[in-house]
Design a protein around this ligand. Sequence first.
Ligand SMILES: [Zn+2]
Length: 465
Amino acid sequence: MRITFDGATQTVTGSQHLLNINGYNLLLECGFYQGKRQDSYERNRNFPFDPGSIDAVILSHAHIDHSGNLPNLVKQGYHGPIYTTSATAHLANIMLMDSGHIQEADAEFVNKRRMNTGEAPVEPLYTQVQAALVAQYFTPVVYDQPFEPIPGVNGRILDAGHILGSGAVVLDIEEKGHKMRLWFSGDIGRRKLPLIRDPILPDWADILIMECTYGDKPHQDPELAYEELRQVVGRTLNRGGKVIIPAFAVGRTQEIVYALHQMFESHQLPSVPVYVDSPLAVNATDIFKLHPECFDDQTQAFIRADKYHTALGFDRLIYTRSVEESKALNGRKDPMIIISASGMAETGRILHHLRNNIENPKNTILIVSWQAPYTLGRRLADREKRVRIYGDEYEVKAEVATIGGLSAHAGQDFLLEYALRVKGRAKQVFLVHGEATPAAALSEKLVEAGMDKPAYPQWRESVEV
Ligand SMILES: [Zn+2]
């Protein structure tokens, strides 16, 4: 078997690994590379292999850095199956459409500038229509049920506990009379995350390819993080303020809705209206509701006991789709919670909610995820006193609260536990999907624990195993 690491190498973006087994090409993931604009454009457009030569694709989960280049793969000649769970296929459909919309808007923005300088216009990386064409190739598989992506390979997808539908990919391979097991972690989630089941750890593997995003950091317990959420929301509502939460539309929004539902149900918070104001979040929530098979026992029990039999709906929860409904919230003075995208407050409806509420000290802006440098979300999290929104400057008078510990990624402790499961058995461990510092930290811990130093492949590095 030859493994070529074509993405998420020494970085966290663009996950893509090519396996050549028995003369067939099996692609693990087809992620979108996100870096500087020109770099991303070139890298996503030019595959290091011929898309038409791929025999099958397996997708671990719907996040764009794992699925986002599938429209290009199809556009450039791949017309085979994309094996993944049904929940991932459904989520990927809406996320790819959203990404297509972003690519179109991005090309439009670049082309306006190019027109002024007399340069030829660029094509979007892919359009919404091209994104929609991926759906026909999704071949849903059930968790833990075997499938044969290419001859000689028996595949299974097991719970990764990261986002709805996410999985690790286990491949039992027979090649030239040799048998081996390859375990690809996908993105490793955490125990005790809301809604979804906990990750399954490897029992054994000959080859382990694993992510190491937080290889250098432990995470706070999710239960403590939700207790912080309750306190921040409680004190804001008690002083008659609004809580504005920028949140990723898929995953974090649903987790927070479920947490609030539980808190209202047990009277830990005063009952106020909660608005989920993001069309993508509303569509994603519909998909969550379609896939109770992905929920953990606790969530299933909660749903059975709930008067509407749902974790993601309650009496004062309103999902808004139209712009009019969204804008109508601007005039409201009563205490409420607004969850809106984008998660780093760069675009989308969250901007007008921030603009309308940021100068009132009764309100709270609640940051619930990591914020990339230079985003509005990061400026707020860094407690900047004045910020620009839609070109105008605003004084930050609202309380700003940040909650760590809600990450959907495993921290260092759990990554260690995960890798140690193959100690004494794996011939080779490859660390992917992580920057150099976390990879080195995890690597050091593994060596201390008696494992061989894992490999940390470079972009397009190819190894025979
Ligand atoms: Zn992910």
